[in-house]
Design a protein around this ligand. Structure first.
Ligand code: HEM
Length: 175
């Protein structure tokens, strides 16, 4: 589970705790008993945590939009040619290494494809290819050599081609 999912889960369960405590106070009052002063204050603890986790969730979509806009600016600045090519999306780890999450390619216009794919991965590397077939072969090589965790399916080849993967025989016998 990602951090965002954890925060959402925590918020959800805190809301149950908060509601239970408030209900408990009302039920106690309904039974004609006066709770201790600290009991009145007890909903403030889950409420404070709800506020923190809630504000975090509130900011998330804006932060994602901002990151995406920054990535698109970076793509526009770096990728200037309309050409086939390959790309890798990822992040820098604590040791300063670029870790690949995803690889992809474009058979015609790398910039357009990268813009569509960038998503929440803010860092990218790219390379132009001399043809769409060269891009396909480079993507296959990256897929096999790097094993990106979010590229689970073998790269496809364009319809109508009989190109083969340079690393495996996935297309063998398919014409
Ligand atoms: C006090 C400040 C609070 C803030 C700033 C806050 C903010 C938020 C935000 C931004 C979301 C996500 C909405 C979305 O999916 O786009 C959310 C979800 C939710 N909130 Fe709050 N909230 C607060 C308090 C509460 C309280 C008091 C309760 C209930 C007693 C509550 C129950 C929930 C629940 C059940 C969800 C849905 C969680 C899920 O999708 O799993 N929140 N809240």
């Amino acid at each position: 589970m990602t951090l965002d999912m954890w925060i959402r889960q925590i918020h959800r369960w805190l809301s149950i705790a908060f509601t239970a405590v408030v209900l408990g106070i009302f039920i106690t009052l309904g039974l004609g008993q006066e709770p201790a002063y600290w009991v009145y204050l007890s909903p403030l603890f889950p409420l404070a945590l709800l506020t923190l986790t809630g504000l975090y969730m509130f900011v998330l979509p804006y932060a994602a939009r901002w990151r995406r806009a920054r990535s698109i600016d970076a793509i526009d600045a770096a990728v200037t040619e309309s050409a086939p090519g390959v790309f890798a999306l990822g992040y820098i780890d604590h040791g300063g290494r670029f870790c690949v999450n995803h690889v992809g390619r474009s058979d015609a216009d790398l910039k357009v494809r990268l813009r569509d794919f960038i998503g929440s991965d803010s860092l990218f590397k790219y390379g132009y290819s001399r043809s769409s077939e060269a891009a396909f072969q480079r993507e296959c090589e990256l897929f096999h050599d790097v094993g990106p965790p979010r590229s689970l399916v073998h790269p496809g080849r364009p319809k109508g081609t009989s190109w083969e993967c340079p690393r495996c025989r996935i297309f063998a016998g398919r014409g």
